[in-house]
Ligand binder design. Sequence first.
Ligand code: AMP
Ligand code: MN
Ligand code: MN
Ligand code: MN
Length: 283
Amino acid sequence: MPEAARYRKVDLHSHSNRSDGRFSPLELVDLAVEQGVTLFSLTDHDTLDGLAEARERAFEHGLSFINGVELSTQWNGIPLHMVALNFSADDSALLSIVEANQRIRLDRAQRIAELLVKQGLPNLFDEAVTLAGESQLGRPHFAALLVEKGFVKDTNKAFDRYLGNKKLGQLRDVWPELEEVLARLAGQGMELVLAHPKRYPLTVTKLKRLLSDFKKWGGTGIEIASGNERPDSVRLLERLSIEFDLKASVGSDYHGPFGPWMQLGKFTQIQESKVNLVWQSWD
Ligand code: AMP
Ligand code: MN
Ligand code: MN
Ligand code: MN
């Protein structure tokens, strides 16, 4: 049994209300403990805001906590998410990327609001900003407003009709280039993990091209299990993690007790003995 198996239940991808999750960082850590998670990372979209308090709460519980963040980037015009793990929360390169992405989020929200107006909806920008408050503004805030105002019946429909990857989510040239983000973060000891690789509009051939670039530019890992990924996808990603020499990471991508999200600590089972695990070298 690999030494890393001492972490019985690992979850290295989750969201709090500092981005688009339901619970506060403290509530999330409490929930992780309740669910029996033993190694945990908070990975909010484009912010490090919740890390200090989550870390402190995790320490009180004796839960091993890893600093994390889910960065928005793009590759060949396709929006891609990268989870950075195990960094210092005052890392200046990371902070400057996060700050730039926060400005982009505001500009992008303006564009989204204008495009929704063109589709006959009211301008939701101000309300989206208010709804997001201190947290990172994103498409889920627009989705919530569309549901609340009765334009769609649920969040899923809001993404299907207006906000999803085939609609406004496909706005091109919004995010920083993956190559540039990796160049600024690689080689400093943090793990740079491609998030949920099966959720992008990519064929396996294109995904392999992405993984080849990702590795070449300094990426170190790949999420082989993310939430309720199909088992055959997980098997494929296990093989790709070996083929491209990228360490395997796992996470629920938990956002709250709504929508399609798995419970904290839950994701499709992986074959630990087959892959190198990102957490293998952490103490
Ligand atoms: P953004 O960060 O603004 O690009 O928004 C992306 C977020 O929207 C993802 O992290 C998910 O939390 C959420 N999301 C994407 N697709 C869906 C969907 N079909 N249903 C519910 N939430 C979704
Ligand atoms: Mn999200
Ligand atoms: Mn994501
Ligand atoms: Mn996520």
